[in-house]
Design a protein around this ligand. Structure first.
Ligand code: F6P
Length: 327
């Protein structure tokens, strides 16, 4: 262990994701084991600007591994995007004697982390977002829980759609990415899934699929749409006009971000939290802890931010193959 690291700050930033608490717990407990003190920075980068912090010890993170949200609160900081804001953040780091920061969040958080590292503050990032849209890692904490939440909600919708022989249009989150929509669509046996990674041909991708399902004997249809494609209500209207059914539109919204993290999210968060502190304790920083085929890897932040991750289109082919004859 490097003796240089005596005290670190930990923060969560951007949209919360189930499993963030498990990561906070892992960071704190690992740090204590390495003789490092932990300071919780509250409300993301804003906390660093405004000296909004709390001391964390082992008991501060008891009984949070199973909790959604983040005990440290989170925010999207506009002020941190300015040089003045970042200088104030550096000032807080110096005041608190922080030898480094563990930042938990998505790409926005890591862009902030890169800027801070350029000002001489060592940072290690842990990817957590329900969107799974961080280029340098196969997996982000929170994705599995969000998928399961969507699946549970859509299974319930299916009961009522089946009873009324209706068409359901469900809009899920994902920002500009379709990872959540595609995974969920396959898992609920959707009639059609619309994702931003694939140019929409409404006739072929929606109308034709509903018609085919109808011909196969289906009387209810489930269309899952990623928010990055557009508004569910607009798609619902187009379906009404083109197919002559009376769709019900559900925007799952922020319910997708809540709830107890699944085993996968708790376990991944625990491993990433451990790895982040061990990296720092051993003198490595300015990196993101990612996953690659289940293994944890460290990717230098600037390189990490230049990486992009493509949705596996073979998943879309699976979806097509399984819904071609209706469900
Ligand atoms: O990045 C996570 C996410 O939930 C996106 O899927 C969504 O577009 C966005 O955050 C919503 O942000 P807010 O909570 O600020 O409305």
């Amino acid at each position: 262990m490097s003796n240089a690291v005596k005290r670190i700050g930990i923060l969560t930033s951007g949209g919360d994701a189930p499993g963030m608490n498990a990561a906070v717990r892992a960071v704190v407990r690992t740090a204590i084991g390495q003789g490092i003190h932990c300071v919780g920075i509250r409300r993301g980068w804003n906390g660093l600007i405004n000296s909004d912090f709390v001391r964390l010890d082992s008991s501060s993170v008891s009984h949070i591994i199973n909790k959604g949200g983040t005990i440290l609160y989170t925010a999207r900081s506009e002020e941190f995007m300015t040089p003045e804001g970042r200088q104030r953040a550096v000032g807080t780091c110096k005041l608190l004697g922080l030898d480094g920061i563990v930042a938990i969040g998505g790409d926005g958080t890591f862009r902030g982390a890169l800027e801070l590292s350029r000002l001489g503050i060592p940072v290690v990032g842990i990817p957590a977002t329900i969107d799974n849209d961080v280029g340098c890692t196969k997996y982000t904490i929170g994705f599995d829980t969000a998928c399961n939440t969507c699946i549970e909600c859509i299974d319930k919708l299916r009961d009522t759609m089946q009873s009324h022989e209706r068409c359901s249009v469900v809009e899920v989150m994902g920002r500009r990415a379709g990872f959540l929509a595609l995974y969920v669509g396959i898992s609920v046996g959707a009639t059609a899934v619309l994702i931003p990674e694939r140019e929409l041909n409404f006739e072929q991708d929606v109308v034709e699929k509903i018609r085919r399902a109808r011909l196969a004997g289906n009387t209810h249809y489930m269309v899952v749409l990623a928010e990055g494609v557009g508004k569910g209500f607009y798609i619902g209207e187009r379906i009404r006009e083109a197919v002559g059914v009376d769709p019900r539109v559900t925007v799952l919204g922020h319910i997708q971000r809540g709830g107890a993290p699944t085993g996968r999210d708790r376990e991944t968060a625990s491993r990433m939290g451990y790895a982040a502190v061990m990296a720092m304790a051993q003198g490595r920083s300015n990196c993101i802890i990612g996953t690659d085929e289940g293994h944890l890897v460290e990717i230098e932040i600037e390189e990490a931010l230049s990486m992009s991750k493509h949705l596996q289109m073979e998943r879309y082919e699976v979806l097509e193959a399984l819904t071609n004859t209706g469900d």
